[in-house]
Design a protein around this ligand. Structure first.
Ligand code: SAM
Ligand code: FES
Length: 349
């Protein structure tokens, strides 16, 4: 036990450890309680008991890509596809604003129907209507010029999980027309343009090893993102990975704590996937160091259709119900939801 105590203390104080030591923390459950306690303390130093809300608008489930893990991949002929109009997206924002959301996250598959012109028009309409809100995009890999155009139209954050920082692993998760180098290029372009950037991975994605997780932590150190989105990999029957097991709750929580200690300032969501793998998954995530929740603002009619994995939670609730439910969950673990734009705090307040 003492050995782990020393490791956790060093990780907390220096925000780093040699890879061998990180490996031993990743591979044991003996240090979980120590990691969680340290992570919770550090998170309170930077963010007090505030939990930030992000209103998630899943505006298209069309996708031109064929990632082997994803339920909305192009090759899934069983999926019923939908797109939201600019008016429908704005109406989600209107409802969200009234409920206290100050960040809107527009997420979707890589859908060529939404040309740069259309995305810019949507972004600038939201920017005009809600000048005090952050606009986050999560619409995949684009040329730098497109990212610049969205930024100029008023977008200020971008979520693009790197998925894995190891080339050989990336190849096992994606078809040949996708590349890790392009994904990394996107992330560095986004940062240079001036976006607050979020990267991240699925925990327990098929073929993932501890070595891959170590490479992910090193890549995140190089990128120094403002947000890190992680959640367990969850199986979807209509994908090539239909026989692969789900990721682990315990390892996801352990990684959340390790990330909080390595990146004390970071915005760390307790994701929907975490809430799907365990009924109290998001509460456990908050207790392990997470400080963001992302309730769904999409119209109830389309929520079932944005099915990246099976048994996704919160598909029946209206936005107000989702917000109320999350507020109670957050309170139950000693934190509280704030009406705040929720920018990253790179320094302790
Ligand atoms: N198309 C955009 C992109 O690629 O970044 C945004 C949408 S994509 C569906 C959002 C994230 O969902 C991916 O980065 C991936 O990590 C996650 N995801 C996809 N399939 C999943 C699965 N089966 N289980 C858990 N997470 C999954
Ligand atoms: Fe759409 Fe991977 S299947 S980005």
């Amino acid at each position: 036990m003492n050995e782990y105590k020393q490791l956790v203390t060093t990780l907390r104080e220096t925000q780093d450890l040699p890879s061998e030591a990180l490996r031993s923390l990743l591979e044991t459950d003996a240090a979980d309680a120590l990691l969680r306690e340290a992570a919770e303390e550090v998170r309170r130093q930077y963010y007090g008991d505030a939990v930030y809300l992000r209103g998630l608008i899943e505006f298209t489930n069309y996708c031109k890509n064929d990632c082997y893990y994803c339920g909305i991949r192009h090759g899934n002929r069983e999926a019923t596809r939908y797109r939201l109009s600019q008016e429908e997206i704005l109406s989600c924002c209107r409802e969200g604003y009234a409920l206290g959301f100050r960040t809107f996250v527009l997420q979707g598959g890589e859908d060529p129907y939404y040309t740069d012109e259309k995305i810019c028009s949507i972004v600038s309409a939201i920017r005009t209507a809600y000048p005090d809100c952050a606009i986050t995009l999560s619409i995949g890999e684009k040329p730098r010029a497109s990212y610049q155009a969205y930024f100029d139209a008023g977008a200020n954050r971008y979520l693009l999980r790197h998925e894995t920082a190891t080339e050989a692993h990336y190849r096992k998760l994606h078809p040949d027309n996708m590349s890790l180098s392009n994904r990394k290029r996107c992330l560095f372009d986004l940062k240079e343009i001036g976006y607050q950037v979020g990267a991240g991975i699925m925990v327990g994605s098929p073929y993932q090893t501890t070595e891959h997780l170590l490479a992910d932590l090193r890549f995140l150190q190089e990128l120094s993102p403002d947000m890190i989105g992680i959640g367990p990999y969850l199986t979807h029957a209509e994908t090539p990975f239909c026989d692969q097991p789900n990721g682990s709750l315990a390892l996801t929580l352990r990684l959340l704590s390790i990330l909080r200690l390595m990146f004390p300032y970071v915005l760390l969501p307790a994701t929907t996937a975490l809430g799907t793998i365990h009924p109290q998954g998001r509460e456990l995530g908050l207790r392990a160091g997470a400080n963001v929740v992302m309730p769904n603002l999409s119209p109830v009619g389309v929520r079932e259709l944005y099915q990246l994995y099976e048994n996704k939670i919160c598909t029946g609730e209206e936005a107000a119900q989702c917000r109320g439910c999350l507020e109670r969950r957050v309170l139950s673990v000693g934190y509280h939801v704030v009406t705040d734009i929720g920018n990253v705090r790179r320094e302790k307040p």
